[in-house]
Ligand binder design. Structure first.
Ligand SMILES: Cc1cc2nc3c(=O)[nH]c(=O)nc-3n(C[C@H](O)[C@H](O)[C@H](O)COP(=O)(O)OP(=O)(O)OC[C@H]3O[C@@H](n4cnc5c(N)ncnc54)[C@H](O)[C@@H]3O)c2cc1C
Length: 316
């Protein structure tokens, strides 16, 4: 079977799970596509994914109420070996990247990390992944009884649900005792769509002039388009925007349909977080700015004049 570990948060199946289902379908391997749902009070999650896979395994336990790398690794390794999985798919999220190597060690399996494409070739699994700040695409072949792969968020188009729901099975797990306890959590509240989920991202850099300029130009355009907001490290370091909005090598990686870069020079560290966007639009007053080398559409001019004109045109 192909085992995929469902990611969910706040009672919702995450986009990365639907992308993993697409990756599993594309493999066209023998055996059922099996979704593993780990957590507490996850009946609704299991019911939702049942419409997209061949079977659902549910471990609904109070011990799993909070994510923990050791527990997740133990659970996934147990189910993968008991179910004789040939492939285990894990989301390339922060948590997935944390526990997938542990699963690989427990199963003595190869790990394909952060893959952007995956296909079967005979007994092997062929994966592509980005390296050198996403400037090089590497092809890797893995051959083993069980191969673990973490799937880069945004690399696959979300799978569409089917008409009929698959069967669900409860599973028993032998979990180790929890050794880490989260003792506090502060959630940042934002009415805006998250960077990872957004189809359109509007990002700003130093060229917006100030924190106020960011609100007036970047946030206003994002609101008009129903887009998420991103920022460069320069303005995060300057305290204009929170780190959660930083796009790039040391921030988030996004692959939206449209990425609008306003007053961003296009440093390689920024590009590595957004250069797989489907369409990039750059607004910069310097025609020589490196961002124009990767942009599909470019506007050379002062953002303070151009962006309000775009917002006004959209409003009309
Ligand atoms: C180890 C390391 C990791 C890093 N990680 C990241 C990362 O994750 N993300 C990231 O973004 N950066 C990262 N950086 C920083 C990166 O190298 C750049 O310094 C940063 O991206 C530059 O941000 P910027 O484009 O906002 O600023 P600048 O490079 O100063 O560019 C500002 C741009 O605005 C234009 N501009 C100015 N005024 C206007 C105007 N009125 N209208 C239109 N355009 C205007 C200018 O022509 C210029 O091109 C990292 C650096 C290092 C060393």
């Amino acid at each position: 079977m192909i085992l995929l570990v469902v990611e969910h948060a706040d009672g919702k199946v995450s986009k990365s799970s639907r992308e993993m289902i697409a990756a599993a379908r594309a493999l066209r391997r023998e055996g059922p596509i099996t979704a593993l749902v780990l957590g507490s009070a996850v009946a609704a999650i299991a019911a939702e994914v049942a419409f997209s896979v061949d079977q659902v395994l549910v471990a609904d336990m109070p011990e799993l109420a909070q994510y923990d790398a050791e527990l997740w690794a133990a659970a996934v390794a147990q189910i993968a070996s008991e179910g004789e999985a040939s492939v285990v798919l894990i989301a390339g999220s922060r948590s997935g990247r944390e526990y997938s190597p542990r699963v690989a060690v427990k199963l003595d399996s190869p790990l394909l990390e952060d893959v952007v494409s995956l296909q079967s070739k005979g007994d092997s699994l062929i994966a592509e992944r980005y390296t050198y700040l996403a400037r090089v695409t590497e092809t890797v072949e893995a051959k083993a009884p069980i191969v673990i792969a973490s799937i880069k968020p945004g690399a696959f188009t979300s799978a569409t649900p089917r008409a009929n729901a698959a069967e669900q099975f409860d599973v028993d797990l032998n979990l180790p005792p929890r050794r880490l306890h989260v003792t506090g959590k502060i959630t940042e509240h934002s009415a805006r769509i998250s960077l990872e989920e957004a189809e359109i991202v509007v990002s700003g850099g130093r060229g917006v002039g100030s924190a106020e300029g960011f609100t007036r130009l970047v946030e206003a355009l994002a609101d008009q388009l129903g887009a998420a907001v991103g920022a460069t490290r320069a303005i995060v370091d300057a305290g204009w925007r929170p780190y959660s909005e930083q796009v790039g090598q040391t921030g988030k990686t996004v692959q939206p349909k449209v990425y609008i870069a306003i007053g961003i020079s296009g440093a390689v560290q920024h590009l590595s977080g957004m250069n797989k966007s489907k369409v990039t639009v750059a607004i910069n007053r310097d025609a020589e700015a490196p961002i124009f080398k990767i942009a599909d559409y470019g506007i050379v001019g002062d953002a303070a004049q151009i962006v309000p004109a775009i917002i006004e045109a959209l409003r009309r």
